[in-house]
Design a protein around this ligand. Structure first.
Ligand code: ZN
Ligand code: ZN
Length: 248
């Protein structure tokens, strides 16, 4: 509760920015003689956002396109993933600018909007899975120190709060830095991640985990972490990302 009050106080001192257009949103609104906390984004901006929906891949959750009658996307047909299933909130192209600022320009406050949007779109689905731990994809220590925060963790904290599922940030560790994935081809991506993650606790008792990241591309990162959890005896491994691209 104290956190909420503190956040409210912060809203007055530091105006909150819309997670979509980055302009200031009013901290409070007046309705029926009552003061309400302001929105996290402008209503008009929300209309520009595209959510993941309709026909999606049964494995990774990627949108499949209107006329596809396949159950899986091409990637999931060709490659065996180690996770049980994945879910994403936004279509990447409609939210890419927002995520860029969230990641590289210190807009940690966007996490609140992302968390609320996640609950509204996927709350019931996620809560029905029996998840006992939310685990954000960790960042390499020195890299996180340089950036000041791990955006996947910020997002995961917001989701944890919205869904009332506990978050664990110390079970898995990134033990070495990896190259930016966009600079590598598929094979390079796999090699790049080899043994990048280790289980930091030797008695993981979770049965079902939800791995959280900002963007889903090839799934290599999620697979590597899923592998570690499988070896530790975790039975069900799901993932949630903020955004995912359309299948090609
Ligand atoms: Zn806006
Ligand atoms: Zn897929």
């Amino acid at each position: 509760m104290k956190n909420r009050q503190f956040e409210r106080a912060l809203d007055i001192i530091y105006p909150r920015r819309c997670a979509i257009c980055d302009e200031v949103v009013p901290a409070f609104t007046f309705k029926n003689g009552r003061i309400n906390r302001g929105e996290v984004v402008h209503r008009e901006c929300l209309k520009k956002i595209e959510f993941v929906g309709g026909n999606t891949c049964f494995k990774c959750g990627k949108p499949l396109g209107m006329d596809s009658d396949e159950e899986y996307c091409q990637d999931c047909r060709e490659r065996r993933h180690l996770f049980s299933r994945g879910y994403s909130v936004f279509a990447y192209r409609s939210i890419s600018g927002s995520i860029y600022k969230f990641k590289y320009m210190g807009r940690q406050e966007y996490a609140r909007f992302y968390g609320i949007a996640t609950r509204k779109r996927l709350g019931k689905t996620l809560q029905s899975l029996g998840i006992d731990a939310i685990v954000p994809v960790p960042m390499y220590g020195p890299k996180q120190q340089k950036r000041g925060y791990n955006q996947a963790e910020r997002y995961a904290r917001a989701v944890s709060e919205e869904l009332s599922i506990p978050i664990y940030t110390d079970v898995i560790k990134r033990v070495r830095n990896t190259l930016p994935m966009k600079e590598l081809d598929a094979l390079g991506r796999r090699n790049n991640l080899k043994k990048a993650f280790i289980i930091a606790k030797n008695d993981v008792k979770f049965k079902c985990v939800l791995i959280i990241d900002d963007i889903y591309t090839t799934g290599s990162t999620i697979d590597e972490i899923a592998h570690e959890f499988q070896m530790a005896g975790v039975k069900k491994i799901y993932f949630l990302t903020l955004a995912i691209g359309q299948t090609t």
